[in-house]
Design a protein around this ligand. Structure first.
Ligand SMILES: [Zn+2]
Length: 166
């Protein structure tokens, strides 16, 4: 999937987290930022990706050590991040937005022909029975649908709060 599709899925994750936890404005902005970054983070192993271009050296290092779509797209990576966040006592709403942001990336990549090494270091490629080409029509439509969903959830919670406070 393209970076756009991943980012729009991160946006939806952020919007749903805000809606669920009913956070204040500052926390909400942080939640959305974290969700979008997390939804792009696994592609740090890809030097040409949105996030890889921004952190070139780290990206090269990860790519050299693990290769593309392996460690950073695995349950092991996500578990290590959960443990780390738990140790630094990350509030629940940040934890949820980061974890679901990461999961959304891996799930979307499982919808592509290349799949992911979900069980890394076990070298097994995991993908859904139905896959779609990156940058194809389904990928682009998905980005649009996810963004629309995110905007809907955001506005819905905004208007709900507005009327509750009247
Ligand atoms: Zn990826």
């Amino acid at each position: 999937m393209t970076g756009k599709t991943h980012a729009s899925c991160g946006l939806l994750v952020g919007a749903m987290t805000i809606e669920y936890f009913q956070t204040d404005l500052f926390t909400s902005i942080t939640i959305i930022t974290l969700a979008v970054i997390s939804s792009l983070l696994p592609d740090i192993c890809h030097t040409q990706s949105k996030i890889g271009r921004r952190f070139k050296i780290l990206s090269l290092l990860v790519r050299t050590l693990f290769g593309h779509r392996t460690f950073t797209h695995s349950l092991l990576f996500i578990s290590l991040i959960i443990i780390l966040l738990y140790f630094i006592q990350t509030p629940d709403y940040y934890l949820v937005s980061i974890i679901f942001g990461l999961l959304s990336h891996v799930i979307l990549d499982m919808l592509t022909p290349r799949g992911v090494k979900l069980l890394y270091p076990i070298p097994l490629t995991i993908k859904f029975p139905l896959v779609f080409r990156t940058g194809g029509l389904v990928d682009l439509s998905l980005a649009g649908a996810l963004t629309t969903g995110a905007i809907y959830v955001l506005f819905q919670s905004f208007f709900n709060n507005l009327f509750l406070n009247l």
